[in-house]
Design a protein around this ligand. Sequence first.
Ligand code: DX5
Ligand code: ZN
Length: 216
Amino acid sequence: MVTRINPSILAADFANLEREFGRISTADLAHVDVMDNHFVPNLTLGLPVVERLLQVSPIPLDIHLMIDDPDRWAPAYAEAGAYSVTFHAEAATDAVALARRLRAIGARAGIALKPGTPVEPYLDLLDEFDQVLVMTVEPGFGGQSFMASTMPKLSLLADAVRQRGLDVWLQVDGGITEDTIAQAAAAGANTFVAGSSVFNGDPAGQIARLRSAAEL
Ligand code: DX5
Ligand code: ZN
């Protein structure tokens, strides 16, 4: 099994982002949380900052858009050179059309589901996406506790992906630590976003520990 560890820079030192990227160079992708203070009650950063991060990051960027109207705003992140662009199902007007646009630009297209959003409507559409992000906390803030109640959605996704022989990455985001990562991996996740558990300590060591805990 391929395991991907994507540190979330939401937990990094925002005054020293270039230096912080240097501390996570052994990770697979850097997860960048874009929040607009409308879709979620928090505000982080937007396209101008992402454009600079793309220039200094040693690893590709995994953009998580927690914004209203991604149909309008998401393509610019793909055009800027993001490796993957994930938007929320709850915010998109036409998720399939948007995913097709992102892919046409050359990015991997991801769809994210809040903890209360059912996965069933998307199971038949899985070939339209390169990754599905199952939120394991309510989006908006780092440092929250992992919600095990979201694991059945992951199992449904993993079964559907396996049955149809698709290559859709299954991502979890929120409360991922050395204690919770194995549970998410067992349910079928293969791509793990971790903010506070990576940056509140020694990032390289934490990335390695998370990787082995996921592969147990
Ligand atoms: C929350 C963000 C997450 C956040 C995770 O809305 O999408 O990426 O950074 O933080 P931790 O790992 O601390 O739960
Ligand atoms: Zn995120």
